[in-house]
Design a protein around this ligand. Structure first.
Ligand code: ATP
Length: 300
């Protein structure tokens, strides 16, 4: 086999509960991850060295050297296998870069699946999960797909039962937000108010709404502890979120560390209407529709 192409989805966090800052600088999280139908594609082709090229949505903002998460994943897999394999990766991006939709983690997961196949390693998903956890806290979910609760730094995953398909509208912003800066702003805002930070746990009403496939109930339970910090760093997001509420979204939230905003619709038709209204309101660089949950990386 000379070449393998893998399609991998973006994620939105339906609940992102951030615990107190730990001594090691991390936070304990409860993350309800949901994979949605915005896909990057990674093609791995056998080669002697390691190289990567990025095309598509905001490709100029993605490194094409060893800092690229997909190349780091390929290197980690070769190390795990104890061999000096080579690969050329071509990443076609549709997932917004630094948009809070874990595009880099998705590409890393896709590279693990593609290289495992290309190099004929046949490693089980448990081995890929271990490598994924070392690469970053969102990479294990990117490998799993669907809908799942992540605890710890997000890497301990429990898949969730979902009783239907949810329809989403995403408002893409100009430029990204640094995840590290958003966490730092969250810590700063919490320290300033002196609020007591509760131990994070998944919200039962949210899990029940997912089980029933009930968009209205899910919409009222969407929650992101990073949202105030993301809005503080990018004030225009308050207007974007407000526009979604005004146009009848059943739920609104900043996706992960932002700046992408996610709006939940009641149906596919409603998502189409909502997308048109948000485009007309001029509150985003681009507006796209998607549905979830979708499976994780798939060889195409
Ligand atoms: P998260 O939601 O996991 O915090 P994000 O969606 O906000 O992540 P990414 O799109 O994953 O952000 O990109 C974060 C940074 O990682 C970017 O600044 C980008 O330059 C770098 N990066 C490295 N490799 C990739 C890749 N393959 N795709 C996208 N970004 C990458």
């Amino acid at each position: 086999m000379n070449s393998v192409t893998v399609r991998v989805p973006a994620k939105v966090n339906l609940q992102l509960a951030v615990g107190p800052l730990r001594d090691d600088g991390y936070h304990d999280l409860v993350n309800v991850f949901h994979a949605v139908s915005i896909f990057d594609e990674v093609t791995a082709t056998a080669e002697t060295g390691m190289s990567v090229r990025v095309e598509g949505e905001s490709a100029d903002q993605v490194p094409e050297d060893d800092d690229n998460l997909a190349i780091r994943a390929a290197l980690a897999l070769a190390r795990h296998a104890g061999r000096s394999y080579g690969v050329n990766l071509i990443i076609r991006k549709a997932i917004p870069v630094a948009g809070g939709m874990a595009g880099g983690s998705a590409d890393a997961a896709a590279a693990l699946v593609a290289c495992n196949e290309l190099w004929g390693l046949g490693l089980p998903v448990e081995d890929l999960m271990e490598i994924a956890a070392d690469l970053g806290s969102d990479v294990p979910f990117a490998l799993l797909g669907g809908t799942a609760v992540g605890t710890g730094r997000g890497e301990r995953l429990t898949p969730l039962e979902v009783g239907g398909r949810f329809h989403w509208v995403f408002a893409l912003a100009d430029g990204g937000l640094s995840t590290a800066k958003v966490y730092a702003e969250c810590d700063r805002m919490r320290e300033a108010t002196g609020e007591e930070i509760a131990w994070p746990r998944a919200a039962d009403p949210l899990l029940a709404a997912l089980r029933r496939g009930d968009a209205k109930a899910l919409g009222s339970e969407l929650a992101n502890d990073l949202q105030p910090a993301a809005v503080m760093l990018r004030r225009s997001l308050a207007r974007t979120l407000e526009a979604g509420r005004e146009q009848g979204a059943v739920g609104t939230l900043v996706s992960g560390s932002g700046p992408t905003c996610a709006f939940l619709a009641e149906s596919e038709a409603h998502a189409g209407e909502l997308a048109l209204s948000l485009k007309a309101a001029g509150v985003a660089r681009d507006v796209i529709t998607a549905y979830g949950p979708v499976p994780g990386p798939t060889v195409v």
